[in-house]
Design a protein around this ligand. Structure first.
Ligand code: SAM
Length: 242
């Protein structure tokens, strides 16, 4: 997969692209990342890429010409172009999975008050990372890149993303590691039992309870399969969804 980031501040990505799973994945060639600077497509000697908003108001708006010319310089027929935008479609794991299938993902970062609205007519979609406003699209682009790159085959151990939060519609169950007793706080007995079916049932029950408390919207939408109902019943876990 190729990822092109359109930004005024490529240096913000330096350590992100060299660190941990993202860094290793790039080193192994699972993805490549390149940058385009809008300023290289500015039309005046001062290399302006923004101007005041029509109709008045605070701040500056990024102009169509530099952004569109920057896009045209790297766009191919394989490109899927997203704009980071707080007014976009909320990012979730399903969308991340979709984006991970693209051959060439182009990520446009806005700055200042955002982009001239006409640019949206020339891209595939606007994506928001949450209901809050950042200074610029760069941290949002890193979130998209991180969540996409870890799904590329070979980035993490096969199957280890499968039962994580949001993958199957529920939040993940609680995880524990050594020691089994931390200053009197004990790991749930069932996890030390070696009974894999019972552990599976307990984890499913914990996922259900956690999701119900923290994300009732996801909980309401979740339907237990026949096998899941049987598993919970067999080990005495009672969920109102059974
Ligand atoms: N005036 C815009 C508004 O109210 O919707 C906010 C512009 S924001 C200060 C500047 C840039 O940061 C945006 O163009 C976008 O690229 C990025 N950004 C800010 N918050 C974001 C979010 N929640 N998700 C994705 N991108 C965001």
């Amino acid at each position: 997969m190729r990822i092109t980031v359109m930004t005024l501040f490529a240096e913000m990505f330096d350590s992100f692209l060299q660190t941990s799973i993202v860094g290793r994945s790039l080193e192994r060639g699972l993805a490549s990342v390149d940058f385009v600077n809008y300023r290289d497509f500015a039309h005046d000697n001062y290399r302006h890429v923004d101007d005041t908003p029509f109709g008045g108001g605070n701040g500056m708006v990024m102009k169509c010409a530099p952004v569109m010319e920057a896009l045209d310089s790297i766009r191919t027929e394989d490109s899927y172009v997203i704009m980071m935008n707080p007014a976009g479609t909320p990012l979730n794991q399903k969308k991340v999975r979709e984006l991970a299938q693209k051959k060439h993902l182009v990520i446009m970062c806005g700055h200042y008050e955002g982009m001239d609205a006409r640019i949206e007519n020339h891209i595939d979609e606007c994506i928001s990372i949450g209901d809050y406003v950042l200074t610029g699209g760069e941290p949002a682009a890193m979130i998209v890149m991180d969540s996409v790159i870890r799904l590329l085959p070979g980035a993490i151990k096969e199957g280890s993303a499968d039962d994580e939060s949001y993958e199957n519609g529920l939040l993940e169950y609680p995880q524990y590691t050594q020691p089994a007793d931390f200053n009197g706080e004990k790991v749930p007995e069932v996890l030390l039992s070696g009974n894999h079916a019972k552990i599976k049932a307990w984890r499913l029950y914990q996922s259900l309870e956690r999701t119900k408390k923290i994300r009732p919207d996801l909980y309401d939408a979740y339907e237990l399969s026949k096998e899941e109902k049987k598993l919970l019943k067999k080990y005495g876990f009672e969920s109102e969804k059974q």
